[in-house]
Design a protein around this ligand. Structure first.
Ligand code: ATP
Length: 912
């Protein structure tokens, strides 16, 4: 229930008053039916969609372009001098151009919309007394919402319980430091930034846990009120496309200036009638306008393909950056490994017990060197199992003969282990209820819970965590039925020994606390605890990761593992995954001893960084960036956000990642899988290649047309094409042919090239050379056929018809060549093309037949039917162009290979 205007505001009321007003009880929450009826009443908890530009406006904006203005001017001019057909053709072209632009833009925007919906936030609430996960959109006033570190607060909440809660409110108030929160009411007149009894929608939990009552949702929340004022629409663009857009504008101005010069030259030097001169010089082509549009489509196609491969792009520039990634820093658990944990060993002072069983099914037993061990007969085993169940937030669920874990998979495995040792988790948790806890965090690497119910009435804390951490908290150990002094050295050896087999190690401990202790703090357990034992888990590597790592190796991408796990475990997994022939490992502590100046050199030689904290991740990214490495970094926790922001491509985990990590990242992996990062890099390289192909095709084909016209004017020749024929070529080929390049699949060998340098210019020397080379070939082809026809006594109209057809055929031929820029020569598979290419070519061929043989079009474009022999000649010219360009490509490729091979040979000779 949203508060009424004159009632005291929720932050000024006590939590109990707010709960009464919202008709909700702290332990049970709302019922599902009540939540549904409130959803009806208050609507979904989301901000209203930002108003998109209307379709008519978007269509009209297609005309807002310098070249279109020139074309419209030309149409008016044509009409003024009585050339109505030309005027009508120009208008038709302008309108068609707008329709195509409109459709392309719509398609690109839809692609974006589709992926936006894939990262819909979720939230944990209490309904009908159970913790359930709901879409943030379904939260209603009165819902009890649970907050954990990294959660994005889904609605405005009046806090009812809070433990060490600190919230990052930068999104709302601009305050960069997290704010302490508590449940105490604050006065009614308190300003937003000081309302410490509230958690506001859109802010992030920096640490601590809490339960809050939703008091305002959707547009009623504080964020909703602000967003209504500043709503924005994300533009489908990247720095590259913006640069290309600027380049296109510059080119437009340059072309217009050149046109003016050609016009003056044509009229005053070559004595062309001014009407004809104005046509040919005023309508060169429309390439610069089409180029950014097709590049945008290539980008949208890439975003869509990445989403199909489970990599959801949150910030578009990442699509470009991905193509040049040279180092991937990946988490281990869940990203390189499956995060399907099973307890395999229990280490006690007496020895190592092996644990049998598969997955989360609680069936299996214990053996000591092959001899079965009864759980009840081994005190350390029983105590370990008790601690494993109690110091644990996960639950195992049994349905359809299948067992699954709810919560952290490692904790799920611990419950399973406890059940194998004969405990009933529900019963045990009832007998020894928990009154307080210290949640796990990656900084301290342990978790502790406080329980009551022992016969002697004492309180007991159970602790679990990284062995080094737990050992530093213990001074005694459980030895058979006795409590003996701790033999720390022996335990460290045992840990390292088991970890070397790739097992993830966890230590379990307990500590009795004075009767009546109700709260647990770190100082209560930081010393004097009793070590129970160690458990070792297996977490098999993901199968697909092995080949993805192989792909990175051929693609010149270095993979580094950054993990919170033990050095020996991490190194063993790195070896299993073949991250490096002999993986070198550095621990977080060792990292702390290295200063920033030495770090880049050391980091380069290391493969595994173990026992690291999120702060180490930030240092590592910075060190890699000093060496100009383009770094992709994965993360999931709230503290990973700074490193994700610093990385060139921050990658958050979609499943186990916190909202804060997702918000900071450029990419969210829907399946948390390392292989998906590599797939996204492959797509990133493909998008960049396709953008280059679009440029490599568009500029020379239009350059060729321009060169033909300017050449004719410069030498005072009859123009080989009329203005509206040029418009025809540009319309048909730019749409039907140029666009197909945006859909090109990944070229073979894309992942055997080294990463593109981030500083590399899109218009490289090779590309500029090719633009000139192909432009000249086009001009030669066009002039050649023109003079051939004239020489043979054919009419100018016929000659022009042949020129237009020759140009289009050459454009088709060049399209096939451009499709393989990197993998050298054209293959038969390349000739067969993709469906997009074949459809594009089919449409173009049909359009050319209509242009040449359809009487209606003949009278508009002044064309004449070409004889079949001439038709064959035209196709022959296309084939010749293809052969010449392929030849040039192989010669260029040969020298390029020699250039790259030469330094290597020199280096190896020196080494020899
Ligand atoms: P990665 O950083 O590769 O994703 P990680 O899960 O090994 O993997 P952390 O989550 O930082 O890294 O965990 C570090 C260590 O803390 C683990 O090796 C384990 O010993 C301990 N640990 C992890 N989860 C818990 C937990 N829920 N309770 C207690 N200790 C834990």
């Amino acid at each position: 229930m949203q508060p009424s205007a004159d009632a005291p505001l929720p932050f000024a009321q006590t939590a109990a008053e707010v709960m009464a007003a919202q008709q909700v009880a702290l332990d049970s929450g709302l019922s599902a039916t009540e939540a549904a009826s409130r959803r009806e009443r208050y609507g979904p908890n989301r901000l209203p969609d930002v108003e998109h530009r209307g379709a008519i406006m978007r269509f009209l904006l297609q005309f807002h372009n310098l070249l279109i203005y020139v074309l419209i001017g030309a149409a008016v001019l044509a009409a003024a001098i009585g050339n109505l057909i030309d005027a009508a053709v120009i208008v038709a072209v302008v309108v068609l151009n707008a329709i195509v632009g409109f459709i392309q833009e719509g398609r690109a925007e839809r692609a974006l919309e589709a992926i936006r919906g894939m990262i819909d936030p979720h939230a944990a609430v209490i309904r009908d007394g159970q913790r359930v996960d709901v879409a943030a959109e379904d939260i209603v006033p009165g819902d009890l919402v649970l907050l954990e570190p990294g959660t994005r607060v889904p609605a405005d909440l009046r806090l009812a319980r809070a433990r060490n809660l600190r919230i990052d409110e930068a999104a709302l108030t601009g305050e960069s430091l997290p704010v302490d929160k508590a449940i105490r009411p604050v006065p009614q007149e308190t300003v937003l930034a000081d309302r410490t009894s509230m958690a506001f929608s859109g802010t992030f939990v920096a640490n601590g846990t809490a339960t809050g009552i939703a008091v305002a949702t959707g547009p009623e929340s504080e964020l909703g009120r602000i967003s209504a004022l500043v709503g924005t629409v994300e533009k489908l663009t990247t720095p590259l496309i913006r640069r290309m857009d600027q380049f296109a504008r510059l080119l437009t101005v340059f072309i217009l200036a050149a046109c003016a010069a050609v016009f003056l030259f044509a009229v005053y030097v070559r004595d062309y009638p001014w009407q004809e001169a104005s046509w040919s010089s005023g309508l060169p082509s429309r390439p610069p306008r089409g180029l950014p549009a097709v590049m945008t489509i290539a980008l949208a196609v890439g975003v869509q393909r990445m989403a199909d491969r489970n990599a959801i792009i949150r910030r578009l520039p990442a699509v470009e950056t991905l193509g040049s990634v040279s180092v991937i820093c990946s988490d281990k658990t869940g990203t390189l490994t499956r995060n399907e944990m099973t307890v395999r060993s229990v280490v006690t002072p007496e020895g190592v017990l092996d644990v049998s069983g598969v997955g989360y099914r609680p069936q299996g037993g214990f053996t000591d060197n092959g001899a079965p061990v009864q759980p009840g007969s081994n005190t350390a085993l029983t105590e370990a199992a008790r601690a494993a169940i109690l110091c644990n937030d996960a639950e195992l669920q049994h349905s359809d003969d299948d067992w699954s874990a709810h919560g952290d998979p490692m904790e799920g495995a611990l419950v399973c282990f406890g059940m194998k040792a004969g405990f009933d988790p529900a019963l045990l948790r009832k007998q020894l209820p928990r009154t307080d806890e210290i949640p796990f965090d990656t900084e301290h690497r342990f978790m502790a819970t406080l329980h009551h119910g022992h016969e002697d009435g004492s309180a007991i804390a159970y602790i679990k965590g990284a062995p080094e951490q737990i050992l530093s908290m213990c001074d005694r150990q459980l030895d058979q039925d006795q409590i003996a002094p701790l033999d720390a050295e022996d335990w460290h050896e045992k840990t390292a020994f088991t970890a070397r087999h790739g097992q993830r190690m966890l230590a379990l401990a307990m500590k009795r606390l004075p009767k009546g202790t109700q709260d647990l703090s770190v100082s209560d357990v930081s010393q004097g605890a009793v070590l129970i034992g160690l458990v070792g888990f297996i977490d098999p590597p993901r199968e697909e990761v092995l080949s993805a790592i192989g792909e990175c190796r051929t693609a010149g991408i270095d993979v580094k593992m950054i993990t919170g796990d033990h050095a020996a475990t991490a190194t063993a997994i790195a070896r299993e995954l073949a991250l490096a022939p002999e993986p070198q490992t550095l621990t977080g502590d060792q990292l702390d001893d290295i200063d920033d100046t030495d770090l880049p050199d050391i980091v380069r030689t290391m493969t595994v960084f173990a026992r690291t904290t999120p702060a180490h991740k930030l240092r590592l990214v910075r060190a890699l960036q000093i060496d100009q490495d383009v770094t992709a970094m994965t993360g999931d926790g709230v503290n990973d956000a700074p490193a994700l922001k610093q990385a060139d491509v921050g990658v958050a985990m979609g499943r186990k990642g916190t909202d804060a990590a997702k918000e900071a990242a450029e990419i969210v992996l829907a399946d948390d899988n390392f292989a998906s990062i590599v797939a996204a890099i492959r797509e990133g390289r493909t998008v960049y290649d396709n953008i280059r192909k679009v440029i490599a095709w568009t500029l020379p084909t239009n350059g060729g047309e321009g060169a033909t016209l300017i050449g004719a004017i410069a030498f005072g020749l009859t123009l080989p094409m009329t203005a509206i024929q040029i418009l025809w070529i540009n319309m048909v080929t730019a749409v039907a042919l140029g666009l197909t390049l945006a859909f090109e699949p990944t070229e073979p060998g894309t992942m055997t090239r080294p990463p593109r340098k981030a500083t590399e210019s899109l218009l490289s020397g090779t590309l500029l050379w090719r633009i000139c080379f192909v432009s000249i070939l086009f001009a030669i082809g066009a002039f050649g056929i023109f003079f051939y026809a004239i020489e043979r006594g054919q009419s100018v109209d016929m000659a022009r018809t042949m020129v237009v057809n020759t140009l289009v055929v050459m454009e088709i031929a060049y399209l096939f060549s451009v499709r393989f820029v990197y993998s050298g020569s054209l293959t038969w598979r390349g000739m067969l093309g993709t469906p997009a290419v074949l459809i594009g070519v089919g449409i173009t061929v049909l359009a050319q037949f209509a242009f040449t043989y359809l009487p209606a079009l003949q009278s508009i474009f002044a064309t004449e039917p070409v004889a079949w022999q001439d038709g064959l000649l035209i196709v022959g010219i296309g084939a010749a162009l293809l052969i010449l360009v392929e030849l040039e490509k192989s010669i260029f490729g040969f020298f390029a290979r020699r250039r790259t091979a030469a330094p290597k040979t020199a280096a190896s000779e020196t080494a020899a």
